[in-house]
Design a protein around this ligand. Structure first.
Ligand code: NOJ
Ligand code: CA
Length: 689
């Protein structure tokens, strides 16, 4: 008895010492520049890598394991050893070509861990962590090595193990679309069967999985948002909620052969990112995604210019005109183009998007979409020579439209000519579109093959000096830093859903978007619907579910460097000047207040003047907000032109009631903002000379 007790103690001590020893030698730590975030990395007894993250000593992510499985070779998951590690710190400031801020600080610390399998095939795997004050990022890298060359990843399992059943704002893990309203629920309640939406392309394979950015609020009031940065030559990442309802695992969009990513060493994955914020507003001001992308690769940037645009667009969505000519109500006619050009020139809009200008729209969503559009043949009633000459004369330009209807090989076949065509007609930007399922069949919008396609379009366009506005895109992951001709994209339920047949929007939508989708990057939301009552377009009546000043606030709240004034020219007559005055490129942006799904107020300073602009909007609840004008320059005085909801304004009962007020204002004053139900407010702080 005594003997076995001694043996027990002895064994226990050995175990303690060895595990303590292992632990000590293998636990690596990294601390953020402001000391608030701590990341630790270690291998468990089986040589499996995991990391943990804490904020102000409170755990944020618990033991989260990392592993890969491959086709035709063993998984990389265990029996690993740390061969070495490196730490580094970087602090620099860089300037954006355009954006929400003119200068951005990149201050982070990094930890690079070199792993190797203990036994044959002794494959090597490197993991780099970066800690910024606003969050954590990690990236996997497979260096060039004999026993890992060409590979097909069947699963990447990067885990994010949560500390509780957080509240989250989510859309389903659709492989083809992000065009959903967000749902607020607990992580344990995420269930895509709540969505019975039918989109032109939608593929939801996992019930308990979401697309990113996934934003959450912990029980302790900390905000987290998981996304990815620099999505290059890889499949898009969705997040699966495992059965424990705590562990989120990366779940990659598959290729037709059901593998996820094909590659060859040396090979890096995108960054897996977690923004950590003490206030919801700090999420929106995070710059981590951009800091994780490579610097601008375009040397001559003189042709990259943010701008506002109008378009022959909403009239199609209202059913007033059509994209195709055979319908007899073709929208893209020479005459109509002239009307829009005149309107743009008169009111200071630089771009005119014209959809339905090219042949092929008769069969654009038919079963066989290959070889339908060639992107260089205008319809006979659209005189491209005359129209572009007239636009030039008036000092404005067209924005091209390449709707591929998902026929991607067809688009690639014509892409060079299509870009040359744009150059020939002095068209500096093009809106691309990928409505419907992808051809060849089996590919998804968010898979590796499409990620590479979208990138080819951006880089080819950069070589031809063409700016891109992408619809039905891959989500933004900060590529705009490297290719600043990647202006804005859809990748959300945009304003087109305001159309009577569109499927609907809710006022709360844009109180969620800034804290979720917008964390990835700029949006082509196409705001500015002024004629909100659309009864004439729908039996039983229909009205856009916002007030008019909410539509104005969208120009500030929903960031994009190419902002559309999307309504019909005649609907702007006699209405607020704000859309004409509002800037599109910013020196500084500050989120003054906001709670996810409730309200938000953002102010932005014009990059080319001393003026500031404010946008504030609310969900279906009216509210009063007080702001302080601490952002204004103390040495200047301003005239505030305030576009506010009228006394009777209400998104359901009276959405067109608004008032305009002017008052002198300076630094450090208080301003009360009253928002109607589904309402908004926009302010132009005009610096006095
Ligand atoms: C969907 C786009 O989001 C919309 O803006 C466009 O008008 C149609 N596709 C047609 O290309
Ligand atoms: Ca769309």
């Amino acid at each position: 008895m005594r003997y076995s007790f001694q043996l027990f103690c002895f064994l226990w001590i050995i175990l303690f010492l060895t595990s303590g020893c292992n632990h000590k030698s293998e636990k690596l730590e990294l601390i953020s520049p402001n000391q608030k975030l701590i990341l630790s990395f270690a291998l468990d007894q089986n040589g499996k890598p995991y990391y943990q993250l804490s904020h102000q000593s409170q755990p944020i992510l618990e033991k989260s394991y990392l592993s890969f499985s491959f086709k035709d070779q063993p998984a990389l998951a265990e029996n690993l050893i740390i061969t070495s590690s490196e730490q580094d710190e970087k602090q620099e400031t860089w300037e954006t070509v355009w954006g929400e801020q003119k200068t951005i600080e990149d201050h982070h610390r990094s930890l690079k861990i070199f792993l190797e399998e203990k036994e044959e095939p002794k494959r090597k795997w490197e993991i780099t962590f970066k800690l910024f004050d606003d969050g954590m990022a990690l990236r996997h890298h497979f260096p060039d090595q004999e026993n890992l060359q060409e590979f097909a990843i069947t699963d990447e399992r990067t885990e994010f193990k949560l500390t509780g059943d957080h509240t989250c704002w989510w859309i389903p893990a659709d492989y083809d679309s992000y065009e959903y309203l967000f749902t607020e629920s607990k992580i344990s309640e995420v269930d895509s069967s709540l969505y019975n939406v039918r989109l032109l392309a939608n593929t939801i394979m996992e019930k308990h999985a979401v697309n990113t950015p996934l934003t959450m609020k912990t029980g302790e009031g900390i905000y987290l948002s998981i996304h990815e940065a620099n999505l290059t030559d890889y499949a898009g990442m969705t997040l699966r909620i495992e059965d424990d309802k705590r562990t989120l695992t990366s779940s990659l969009v598959p290729a037709p052969d059901r593998t996820k990513v094909k590659g060859k060493t040396p090979f890096s994955t995108p960054w897996r990112t977690v923004i950590v914020a003490e206030k919801a507003t700090d999420l929106v001001e995070s710059t981590m995604i951009l800091n994780l992308n490579e610097p601008n690769k375009i040397t001559d940037i003189s042709w990259i210019k943010p701008e506002k645009y109008i378009g022959i667009w909403w009239e199609m969505h209202l059913g007033k005109s059509s994209w195709d000519m055979a319908s007899g109500k073709h929208g893209a006619t020479t005459e109509n183009a002239f009307k829009y050009i005149d309107f743009a020139a008169e009111h200071g809009f630089k771009g005119i998007l014209i959809e339905g200008w090219n042949t092929g729209w008769e069969h654009w969503l038919g079963p066989d979409r290959e070889d339908n559009f060639d992107f260089v043949t205008p319809y006979p009633d659209f005189d491209i020579e005359k129209i572009t000459a007239y636009a030039q004369e008036k000092g404005v330009h067209l924005i091209g439209h390449h709707e591929t209807a998902g026929a991607v090989n067809t688009y690639e076949k014509h892409l060079d000519h299509a870009l040359d065509f744009l150059n020939k007609y002095h068209i500096p930007a093009v809106k691309t579109g990928y409505v419907g399922t992808i051809f060849p069949k089996g590919e998804y919008h968010h898979g590796q093959w499409m990620v590479n396609h979208y990138r080819r379009v951006v880089t080819k366009a950069a070589a031809k000096k063409v700016m891109i506005l992408a619809h039905e895109p891959i989500k933004p992951t900060g590529i705009r830093r490297t290719y600043p001709n990647m202006m804005a994209r859809e990748g959300l339920r945009g304003s087109e859903f305001n159309s009577p047949g569109g499927g609907g929007l809710k006022p709360e939508h844009l109180t969620i978007i800034p804290f979720t989708r917008m964390l990835g990057g700029p949006i082509d939301y196409t705001p500015g619907i002024f004629k909100l009552n659309l009864d004439e377009y729908k039996e039983g009546g229909y009205s856009v579910p916002t007030t008019l000043t909410y539509q104005l606030a969208e120009y500030i709240v929903v960031y994009g460097p190419m902002q559309m004034a999307s309504d019909l020219p005649e609907h702007y007559e006699g209405h607020p000047q704000f859309i004409k005055d509002v800037a599109v490129d910013w020196e500084k942006s500050i989120v003054l207040n906001g709670e996810i799904g409730e309200y938000i107020t953002i102010v932005r300073k014009d990059r080319h003047s001393y003026d500031w602009f404010l946008g504030s909007l609310t969900d279906e609840n009216a509210r009063e907000i007080t702001i302080e004008t601490t952002f204004l320059d103390p040495d200047l005085s301003y005239e505030a032109i305030i576009y506010a909801d009228g006394e009777e304004a209400d998104f359901e009962k009276n959405n067109s009631d608004y008032r305009i007020e002017r008052k002198d204002i300076s630094h450090n004053q208080q301003l009360n903002i009253r928002l109607a139900r589904g309402g908004g407010q926009a302010i132009h702080f005009k610096a006095k000379q």
